[in-house]
Write a protein that binds this ligand. Structure first.
Ligand code: SAM
Ligand code: SF4
Length: 327
């Protein structure tokens, strides 16, 4: 069992299998991103070996993310092999995706043992979707979402709340999710990566405000449901579906954080909102004891992030993009 110095068990690993993406969501990436050279990134076999080492150390849940995980060639094969760990230490294998390639891969994901997928979707308006992602097509994502449902996967829609962008749509999205049988999770925008700070602050929308607005129309029953993540849930009485809130800025949830994040370069981030990290690629490639490197890293897991809405805007910023650490 991996336990940090604050006695928090670390049972959840999020693995970014690529820093690349076929979209450029305005809050996540700059338009002219420079991606990692091939030599820097772990092979699929190396990623698999590190995941297996974490599962052997006590990790029970893996989430595959990115960048966009499904744009990496061979990602489905990797997910299939990781599925082999289910029942052998691993309880759950999940995926976070932008959904653009999901129509093609939903069946294979289900066969690999994936039961739930998170699909990021910030709007149901086609023109707005294209603007927010800089060039994406909404219909492809919707095809992906429906294919996932068809394949038997439970779908959660992740929506970043953006002031002046999609804040007029949350009622409609809740209604759509209710009709289609999806849960919805709203996320506060976090100060990660250089996208121009003026933009970041004007995008910030506190979910406390969103929740109060939604409560005018919907009956939100507080739910004890937890997925082991930072989301706090209510059940929407009118639809029977769950609505989650991820509020890194208005409510800090670090005290029971159970997760760490592995990037595609084999760098382990012990906190999304801190710069401290451990290199696992070096020990892996040198044939050293990876477990010892993991233990040492976990012992350094910080108490929490420092994101805060301060007088000068969003503070506690980290320089790397969310797409590097893997959301
Ligand atoms: N490409 C996949 C996707 O979009 O789902 C997986 C990676 S993406 C980085 C994971 C999640 O992070 C997405 O739901 C995205 O909306 C969210 N995200 C990216 N940048 C963010 C930011 N600055 N603040 C809050 N959430 C962010
Ligand atoms: Fe790509 Fe996901 Fe970032 Fe959007 S949020 S740019 S889909 S990695």
């Amino acid at each position: 069992m991996l336990t940090d110095s604050f006695q928090r068990p670390v049972t959840y690993l999020r693995v970014s299998v690529t820093d690349r993406c076929d979209l450029r969501c305005v809050y996540c990436m700059a338009e002219d991103m420079t991606f990692l050279p091939k030599a820097e990134i772990l092979s699929l076999e190396e990623l698999e070996a590190l995941c297996a080492a974490f599962v052997a150390a006590g990790v029970r849940k893996l989430r595959i993310t990115g960048g966009e995980p499904l744009v990496r060639r061979g990602a489905i094969g990797l997910i299939g092999r990781l599925g082999g760990l289910l029942g052998h230490g691993l309880d759950e294998l999940t995926l976070t995706t932008n959904g653009t390639q999901l129509a093609r891969h939903a069946e294979a994901l289900a066969s690999a043992g994936v039961r739930r997928v998170n699909v990021s979707l910030d709007t149901l308006d086609a023109a707005r979707f294209t603007r927010l992602t800089r060039w994406g097509r909404l219909d492809r994502v919707l095809d992906g979402v429906y294919a996932a449902r068809q394949a038997g996967l439970a779908v959660k829609i992740n929506t970043v709340a953006l002031a002046g962008e999609n804040e007029d749509e949350f009622d409609a999205m809740l209604e759509w999710c209710g009709r289609e049988g999806f849960d919805l999770c709203l996320i506060e925008t976090m100060p990660m990566g250089e996208i121009g700070e003026a933009g970041r602050m004007t995008q910030y929308l506190p979910l406390s405000l969103v929740r109060a607005r939604l409560a005018r129309r919907w009956t939100l029953d507080v739910s004890e449901y937890r997925t082991g993540g930072p989301a706090r849930y209510v059940t929407v009485r009118e639809t029977g579906r769950r609505l989650g809130f991820i509020t890194p800025l208005t409510h800090n949830f670090c005290e029971d954080c159970n997760r760490v994040r592995l990037t595609v370069t084999g760098t382990l981030f012990m906190c999304l909102g801190q710069e401290d990290a451990a290199d696992l690629r070096g020990p892996l490639r040198r044939g050293e004891d990876v477990r010892a490197a993991i233990d040492e890293a976990i012992s350094r897991k910080p108490r929490g992030h420092d994101f805060v809405v301060g007088r000068r805007g969003l503070e506690g910023k980290v320089g790397r993009f969310m797409s590097v650490t893997g959301g």
